[in-house]
Design a protein. Sequence first.
Length: 367
Amino acid sequence: MEPPTSSRLNSRKRRKDGSGPNGATELDGIPPKMSRRSLGLREPAPFSDEVEIDYSKPYVRVTYEEAMRGTPLDRPVRVYADGIFDLFHSGHARALMQAKNLFPNTYLIVGVCSDELTHNFKGFTVMNENERYDAVQHCRYVDEVVRNAPWTLTPEFLAEHRIDFVAHDDIPYSSAGSDDVYKHIKEAGMFAPTQRTEGISTSDIITRIVRDYDVYARRNLQRGYTAKELNVSFINEKKYHLQERVDKVKKRVKDVEEKSKEFVQKVEEKSIDLIQKWEEKSREFIGNFLEMFGPEGALKHMLKEGKGRMLQAISPKQSPSSSPTHDRSPSPSFRWPFSTKTPPSSPANRSRNESAVTYDISEDEED
């Protein structure tokens, strides 16, 4: 399919406006995107009984070499792939993708066996035939779906659907009393092998469900399914309900433990922060205390300065030695009590009047 016109115009414009040699641009270094065979499927694949086949043209099979070279658009290589396709999964889709890409021009027809054939030859299925038909219809690689496909392919069936090749994995498929139901197809040169996807199959999915049956049964009971719908006995139903309650209690305990751990962790973080802040504040306090009251702190200097100022204030200033001396005037005399004589008021007068004072005192004593 050709790309849209706008994209072609844009590509031409980029090549024309390019500054490199031959109109090359930086975008030319980007690898082109892969073209798709279709823009997208809007409807599911039709059933074979809904498709008209032109039987006027003779049915002539193409060889493998012709199919690999590519056939005309009006004559695609008709490839047939069949299966049960129960619990349709990615392994089924990959097998059909390989069948679709076997040849350049392929028309893929997928046959789905009915419930009756499947239950008789293989076993009970999880999905019924209508569900399996619908699942295959909505696979993007499928062009046509054959309902109630035969278990063993007959020449009449191959001619009716004008099948060129049959696609299936190369592992011998023993069933219906045969070692390999595709043996005659391989001998006729119509077999096209595909690769099986390891790690996933319908049997593996069913094994997981059986292994974890209790889990799925409890989950569906919790979602509203009845024990009868799940084919669960009365005792098992009560057991599942009890287990559900126990699990809820365990979950609550676990939630409480997690919350308590988170709380303890937060408390530890906060305590660490508080301790760090306390250490910082204590260092700051100790530093300030030492600056104020330490041996060389500010308080000591303040006390020294205050002491010096106090001493200067208390002690008078000494007069200079070169200053002239003046005679002091005698202090006023006063009379001693009970005495008629006035004692000297100065040391000079005391020396001159020593004899008089002695005399006066003696006279007083005599009196």
